[in-house]
Design a protein around this ligand. Structure first.
Ligand SMILES: Nc1ncnc2c1ncn2[C@@H]1O[C@H](COP(=O)(O)OP(=O)(O)OP(=O)(O)O)[C@@H](O)[C@H]1O
Length: 369
């Protein structure tokens, strides 16, 4: 297992990049990822997740910067020399071998004793639910079963620097997906491997990872725990992309401790003297918005109520913009609900997409940008 340092990384597939737009990974990637943690790289299609993963695995040499595993510079080393295990989106199995032989392969390759190999193969087979299939040939198994073998093979060695997963559950059926995700988490807790998991699915990322690395347009817009991403999205994209539904983002002006939305005042509970004037938005998650039939708050019209089981998602229209509200299960919603209130604790102020510190937080030295 290793700590992974991404030092001043950037990548351009075109070579000789002339401007920032020519980079598929922008020159802002500078992180230390802790030994033994589980990281998820999360973001929409084309944001650079696989590019970053391939740089870490050694399949791609970055145009700029260095990668270190612990204190060793591995930038020029092959994947094999980096000692990483990889699981790809589609199964990679040896069809002529049995399930047992497939799982044992990485261990036998490195001279593991028969007793150790047997113990390890059986542990992993149980984890992927294939104990009863160990003697079957991989040929003829479903894509789903083959991918489980690939996952098992990726996790069978205990001595790897890191295990890298690139959308590994794409071909797995939905029920098994849930089970494997939970198993992966348990396995991580048990063995403490450094794991990096690429996905565009927030549920997968949030269940699996200790830390989620949210990417957009070749940049890491936030690296944080699931709770941090929920409570303090550093970019409007993070607020919007994570959550169900995501954060409401509304254009506003801010004066001291008050935001103004289309002439309506919204108390912020703390002052933002440095919010600036252009590109200002406020973000508030639906969990911090409540419906009201009083005179305070923003005037809205309820457009739809969705019962999603644990609570209700209420869609409202404020001056042509949809604002989502989460209401308790069983709440009775009617036309008399014609206002919404924001809990000041859940309101964030953004400038050009990036979070602005309140005066109090700025005085404490908070914020990263
Ligand atoms: N070999 C390549 N040559 C040129 N451009 C590439 C190459 N591979 C990827 N790209 C481009 O780099 C950008 C990032 O791609 P990447 O595959 O890393 O994104 P991703 O977030 O993993 O997307 P997806 O979820 O669709 O796989 C995209 O614009 C993509 O078109």
């Amino acid at each position: 297992m290793a700590k992974i340092t991404l030092s001043n990384l950037a990548h351009s597939y075109a070579g000789a990049p002339a401007s920032r737009d020519d980079y598929q990974l922008k020159p802002t990637i500078d992180h230390v990822w802790d030994d033994g943690e589980a990281y998820a790289l999360l973001g929409p299609s084309g944001c650079g997740k696989t590019t970053l993963l391939n740089i870490i695995s050694g399949l791609l040499v970055p145009s700029q910067g260095r990668i270190l595993f612990d204190d060793t510079d591995v930038t020029a080393l092959s994947t094999a020399a980096r000692n990483v295990a990889q699981v790809f989106q589609f199964p990679v199995v040896y069809d002529t071998m049995t399930v047992y032989e497939n799982l044992a392969f990485p261990l036998r390759n490195r001279g593991g004793s028969a007793a150790y190999v047997d113990r390890r193969v059986k542990t992993i087979a149980e984890m992927i639910g294939m104990t009863g299939d160990l003697d079957r040939r991989a040929h003829g198994l479903t894509a789903d079963a083959k991918q489980k073998i690939s996952l098992g093979r990726g996790m069978v060695r205990e001595d790897v620097s890191a295990i890298l997963f690139d959308e590994p559950l794409t071909v797995i059926d939905p029920h098994m997906k849930w089970e494997l995700r939970t198993e992966l988490k348990t396995l991580h807790r048990e063995f403490g491997h450094t794991m990096i998991y690429v996905t565009h699915d927030q549920t997968e990322a949030l269940t699996f990872a200790d830390k989620v690395v949210v990417m957009l347009d070749g940049e890491v817009v936030q690296l944080g725990t699931p709770v941090e991403l929920f409570e303090r999205p550093e970019h409007t994209f993070v607020g919007f992309f994570i959550g169900s539904p995501g954060m409401n983002v509304l254009p506003a002006t801010v004066e001291g401790d008050t935001a103004f939305l289309g002439g309506h005042a919204v108390p912020l509970g703390r002052a933002f003297s440095h919010a600036g004037a252009d590109g200002i938005e406020i973000g508030v998650r639906p969990e911090f918005v409540s419906l009201s039939d009083g005179d305070d708050g923003l005037p809205i019209k309820v457009t739809r109520v969705e019962d999603v089981g644990r609570h209700l998602v209420v869609r409202t229209d404020f001056d042509g913009t949809e604002v989502n509200v989460i209401a308790p299960e069983g709440a009775s919603i009617s036309d008399r609900h014609n206002r919404i209130l924001f809990d000041p604790q859940g309101i964030h102020v953004y400038s050009d997409g990036w979070i602005v510190d309140s005066d109090r937080r700025a005085a404490r030295g908070g914020g990263k940008r």
